[in-house]
Design a protein around this ligand. Structure first.
Ligand SMILES: CC(C)(COP(=O)(O)OP(=O)(O)OC[C@H]1O[C@@H](n2cnc3c(N)ncnc32)[C@H](O)[C@@H]1OP(=O)(O)O)[C@@H](O)C(=O)NCCC(=O)NCCS
Length: 419
């Protein structure tokens, strides 16, 4: 890995958090009032934070930071029900005065190397701009839906929904963090984070006043079956008035529901707040129960967007760590510029839900890039669909269909928590 001349990669200590915030503010275009700026100390896992420091005064003040990134240690649910260790890339920012000099490229190489050394087989992210990360082998593993649900949106009936109880309160990380953890642990949808560190809980519940844009403080709805939480939503309302009367918006930050009854109960509440005209929500998997429960799907104003991007770091570890929905015996030829240990030919033999992935000298049945393998990893986009788009090349007849069926998932992926 080469860092551009005049810069070096470092592990910043917590006492450099204000400098990190300055760089990220410069990259994204925001400024946090000094009285609120200490939030960064709570949300960055400093043992995994990295920064680029200026070493040449021709570049800027020596010792100042020019770029930063960090990552959360997640476990991610994968098809078949297992979880894999994941580096959730976050807080990526290059100061505007240092952009397009290769600092992101250097940080990505560093991120890959350190994540692999920790045994993390995939890296995931939410992209600020979709063009940024594809060149590094990140594929769109979870395309998802966002919706705007009008007040009173009607849902089809679900048995048991009325027996569930609901509480609505201001969000409190200390009290509600465990509820979120508890629900996440039990989510079976591929792409969901099933465990995360305390810093991530602080990030999820972050609610600084300067970032509210006129909305209320962060609130939480929890749905319970007896004492057991089965759904939650973090949200904030913003009031608005028109000549026709109240027309406020509910913005849902994140949500989860463990089954159909919990989904029904949660969304019955979320579309029925007084004075609110609509509820804006994203992180909806294409096959989510919510989608099927809408009586008037057209009225939901659904739109597609990119939810989770995924990069396979350790090809063998990642593919052997997921479940397989059909048997297969296929040789893939992989190109991987950034991580050559993944490149070359691999035989994937799946039987009874598990696969072995071994190096082979045998001829390849298909050629695939890391971006496409990452896109198909969670069972969202199928390999057949990617091949139909000309993104996977088949050499042996039927190989794409065979591998595509083996990698498919009945449950469509989504990452319901952003980072
Ligand atoms: C996006 C960002 C991190 C890129 O950093 P950078 O140091 O300028 O990137 P690099 O110089 O290492 O560029 C690497 C490659 O990515 C390309 N690239 C960088 N940013 C890009 C963008 N926003 N859109 C398209 N391509 C981009 C570069 O052209 C370069 O391509 P090449 O290798 O083919 O020449 C930086 O511009 C930034 O901080 N932007 C604002 C905050 C942000 O979007 N952060 C990402 C959060 S997910």
């Amino acid at each position: 890995m080469t860092t551009p001349d005049g810069y070096r990669l470092i592990s910043p200590d917590r006492d450099r958090s204000a400098e990190m915030l300055h760089v990220v503010g410069f990259a994204f275009g925001f400024t946090v009032p000094a009285k609120e700026a200490d939030f960064i100390d709570r949300i960055i896992p400093f043992d995994r934070a990295r920064a680029v420091e200026i070493t040449d005064s021709a570049r800027g003040p020596e010792g100042a930071l020019a770029a930063v990134h960090a990552s959360f240690p997640f476990t991610t649910r994968v098809p078949g029900g297992a979880t894999v260790p994941t580096a959730g890339l976050t807080w990526v920012g290059v100061h505007q005065g240092h952009r397009r000099r290769g600092l992101l490229r250097a940080m990505i190489a560093d991120h890959f190397e350190r994540s692999l050394a920790r045994g993390e087989v995939i890296s995931t992210l939410y992209a600020a701009e979709t063009a940024i990360y594809q060149r590094f082998g990140y594929g769109l593993a979870a395309p998802a839906l966002r919706m705007e649900l009008a007040r009173g949106t009607a849902l089809r009936d679900v048995d048991g929904a009325d027996e569930l109880t609901v509480t609505v309160d201001s969000a409190d990380a200390a009290r509600d963090g465990e509820i979120v953890r508890d629900v996440q642990r039990r989510l079976q949808r591929p792409g969901t984070a099933t465990s995360f560190p305390d810093e991530y809980v602080a990030d999820l519940f972050l609610d600084i006043e300067s970032d509210r844009d006129g909305a209320e403080e962060l609130r939480i709805v929890v749905v319970r079956d007896g004492d057991v939480p089965v759904a939650f939503a973090l949200f904030a309302r913003k009031e608005s008035w028109s000549d026709a009367g109240p027309d406020g918006k509910v913005r849902v930050r994140c949500w989860a529901a463990l089954d159909a009854a919990a989904t029904h109960r949660l969304w019955s509440v979320m579309v029925d707040f007084d004075l609110m005209g609509a509820t804006q929500v994203d992180k909806i998997a294409p096959g989510d129960p919510l989608v099927h429960l809408l009586k008037e799907p057209r009225g939901a104003k659904a739109a597609h967007y990119d939810n989770l991007w995924l990069r396979i770091l350790d090809l063998k570890g990642a593919l052997e760590g997921r479940g397989w929905s059909a048997d297969c015996d296929v040789v893939i030829d992989v190109a991987d510029e950034q991580l050559p240990a993944n490149a070359g030919r691999w035989r994937i033999r799946a039987t009874s839900g598990n696969a072995t992935v071994e190096r082979t000298e045998d001829a390849a049945d298909l050629t695939i890039g890391m971006q496409e393998l990452g896109a198909a990893y969670l069972g969202g986009p199928t390999l057949s669909a990617l091949a139909a788009a000309g993104l996977v090349r088949e050499h042996g007849a039927g190989a794409v269909t065979e591998l595509s069926r083996a990698m498919a998932s009945d449950v469509q992926p989504v990452a319901n928590l952003n980072f």
